[in-house]
Design a protein around this ligand. Structure first.
Ligand code: GAR
Length: 216
């Protein structure tokens, strides 16, 4: 007897992508991502785990208050390889599809990059390749830039370096100090990161050399 159940099967909704958020501090970008998922601006996604490398990271508390699974692996005093092995195992245990660094102030080991190829994103508060590293907003302000901004990029072994997905420019106003500039950049970060995640999860792009090219 033959059955035709396959032909009449209803289309299945796509399985939601499972995000792993890594942070070291405040967690405002994490909260912007969580809000964007709740609003449907990142379709078919859920946060599988929020992981910190600093015990008292406020972002970890914020995640607990939202009822999300959390983990903390303190990195101080451990080698990068040891620490990353724990983080990778945790991300795998939570079946993470896409890793989002959200103020995670650590360089990833080659083993970490290899474990999630083209599946790790980062946000940085400058128009890369200008001002990688710490206090990028102050670096741009002190340099006298008239244009600053933020960048969302794929992560590779180098600091704030991988293929750029999107950038948002922020003018430096004559009335600015480094703090007001950082605040306005942060507002753009909170828009840019969810948008970049949605773009990557859509799969409608290709990477050619260092260029991220959307596929209509
Ligand atoms: C953000 O400004 C993010 O761009 C930056 O850390 C801050 C974290 O804030 N990341 C880097 O500088 C990475 N090199 P948050 O904890 O409120 O999201």
């Amino acid at each position: 007897m033959t059955t035709h159940s396959q032909a009449h099967a209803l289309p299945q909704p796509p399985t939601p992508a499972r995000l792993g958020i890594l942070l070291s501090g405040r967690g405002s970008n994490f909260l912007a991502i969580a809000q964007a998922i709740a609003d449907g601006r990142i379709p078919a996604a859920s946060i599988a785990i929020v992981l910190a490398n600093v015990e008292d990271a406020p972002g970890l508390d914020a995640a607990r208050r939202l009822g999300l699974p959390t983990a903390c692996f303190v990195s101080r005093g451990r080698t990068r390889a040891q620490h990353d092995a724990d983080v990778i195992a945790c991300l795998r245990q939570h079946q993470v599809d896409l890793v989002c660094l959200a103020g995670y102030m650590r360089l990833l080991s080659p083993a970490f990059i290899a474990a999630f190829p083209q599946r790790i994103l980062n946000i940085h508060p400058s128009l890369l390749p200008a001002f990688p590293g710490l206090d990028a907003q102050t670096q741009a302000f002190d340099y006298g830039c008239t244009l600053a901004g933020c960048t969302v990029h794929f992560v590779d072994e180098h600091l704030d370096h991988g293929v750029i997905i999107l950038q948002r420019a922020v003018p430096v106003l004559p009335t600015d100090d480094a703090h007001t500039l950082a605040q306005r950049i942060l507002e753009q970060e909170h828009q840019a990161y969810p948008e970049a995640i949605a773009r990557v999860l859509s799969g409608h792009y290709q990477i050619t050399g260092r260029r991220y090219l959307p596929i209509p």
